[in-house]
Write a protein that binds this ligand. Structure first.
Ligand code: FAD
Length: 278
C-alpha cells in the first residue's frame, strides 16, 4: 500500500445537460478516493465562463472543495476581478491561476494581463489570503519558453508573487519532475509541486496533445503504443501499467500528491487510484 497523499481531479466544462449529468456520475465515482478538491478548466478570454461556473456550483453543492481555473489572457483587470468576486461570494477558496493560451489573432500586447505572475499579484493585492492560489509548472519546460533557465526564473517569479502550490503539466519522465523540483528548491521555492498525471486512453490524441503542450512521450513508449494501432485495449493496459508505476515512483520519492487530468472520465483514473491503494 502506497503512502496516502492528497489527490485532486481535473474536469473540463460540459456543453449539454446530458454532459453535465454524466460528469456528476464521474465525480461521484471519483469522490470515493476522497480528493482534496475537484478543479474545472476554463477557456482563455472567458470563453467557457458559464460552463466553468456551473461545474463549480455543482461540485460545491455535492460537498467537495472546488478549484476553478482562471486563465487571465484576453481579459482586463475589471473582468478578472468580477469573476474573482463571484467565486469569493460563492465561498470558493481555491483558484488555479493561469495565463491561458492566447487565441490566434490576439497579440501579446492586447489589453489585459499577459502572464500568470501578474494574475497572482492581482489576486493577492485585491483578495489578500482569501484564495489558495495554485499555479502551473512545467518539468519539461513550457513550449514557448526562451530557455529552460528563463522558464524556471519565470516560475520562481510566479511563486514569489504569492502562489501557495503548483500543479505540473503531465509528463512521462519522472526525472524531469524531480530535477525541476530540485532546481526551484535551490532558488528558495518551498511550496508543494504536485505532479499532473495523464492517463493513456488513446495514442493519437495523446501524441497530438503532447506535441502541442511540450510533454515528451519517451521513444520506447511512443513506439510501443503506436504498434498497437487501433487495439485500444492494449493501449489502455500498457498505459495503466506505465502510469501507475510512475505514480508509485513519484509518491515513493516524495511527491506531495497527484493531480489527475480525468478528461471527464472516471475509468482509467479510478483503476490507477485503486492500484495505488487509495
Ligand atoms: P505563465 O506562467 O505566464 O508562462 C507562460 C510562458 O511565458 C512561459 O513560457 C514562461 O516562461 C513565460 N513567462 C512567464 N512569465 C513571464 C514574464 N513575466 N515575462 C516574460 N515571459 C514570461 N489553459 C487554459 O486555457 N485553461 C485552463 O483551464 C488551463 N488549465 C491548466 C492547468 C494546468 C495544471 C496546466 C499545467 C496548464 C493549464 N492550462 C490551461 C494551459 C496553460 O494556460 C498554458 O500552458 C499556457 O500557455 C501557460 O500558462 P501559465 O499559467 O503556465 O503561463
Amino acid at each position: 500500500m502506497m503512502k496516502k497523499n492528497t489527490l485532486s481531479f481535473e474536469f473540463f466544462p460540459t456543453r449539454t445537460p446530458e454532459g453535465r449529468e454524466k460528469q456528476k456520475i464521474t465525480r461521484k465515482q471519483l469522490r470515493q478516493y476522497r480528493p482534496a478538491f475537484f478543479s474545472c478548466t476554463s477557456g482563455a478570454g472567458g470563453s467557457t465562463r458559464d460552463g466553468t461556473l456551473q461545474a463549480v456550483n455543482d461540485i460545491m453543492a455535492e460537498g467537495t472543495a472546488a478549484a476553478p481555473h482562471l486563465p487571465c489572457v484576453g481579459m482586463n483587470e475589471a473582468e478578472l476581478s468580477d469573476i474573482l468576486h463571484t467565486y469569493k461570494n460563492m465561498g470558493i477558496r481555491h483558484i488555479v491561476a493561469l495565463r491561458g493560451d492566447i487565441p490566434s489573432g490576439m497579440g501579446a500586447g492586447s489589453s489585459g494581463l499577459r502572464y500568470a505572475n501578474e494574475l497572482v499579484e492581482l489576486i493577492r493585492r485585491d483578495f489578500g489570503d482569501w484564495f489558495h492560489i495554485e499555479v502551473a509548472a512545467y518539468p519539461e519546460f513550457h513550449p514557448q519558453a526562451r530557455s529552460a533557465e528563463d522558464d524556471i526564473n519565470h516560475f520562481v517569479r510566479k511563486v514569489k508573487a504569492g502562489a501557495d502550490s503548483a500543479i505540473t503539466q503531465y509528463f512521462f519522465n519522472p526525472d524531469a519532475y524531480f530535477r525541476f523540483v530540485d532546481d526551484v528548491r535551490g532558488r528558495g521555492v518551498e511550496i508543494p509541486i504536485v505532479p499532473g498525471i495523464m492517463p493513456i486512453a488513446s495514442f493519437s490524441k495523446l501524441a497530438r496533445f503532447s506535441d502541442t503542450c511540450g510533454a515528451e512521450i519517451p521513444r520506447w513508449l511512443r513506439l510501443k503504443l503506436q504498434s498497437y494501432a487501433d487495439d485500444t485495449a492494449s493501449i489502455k493496459a500498457l498505459g495503466l501499467d506505465v502510469v501507475t508505476e510512475m505514480c508509485e515512483h513519484l509518491l515513493e520519492q516524495g511527491a506531495p500528491g497527484l493531480h489527475f487530468y480525468t478528461l471527464n472520465q472516471a475509468g482509467l483514473v479510478s483503476t490507477i487510484c485503486q492500484r495505488l491503494g487509495y
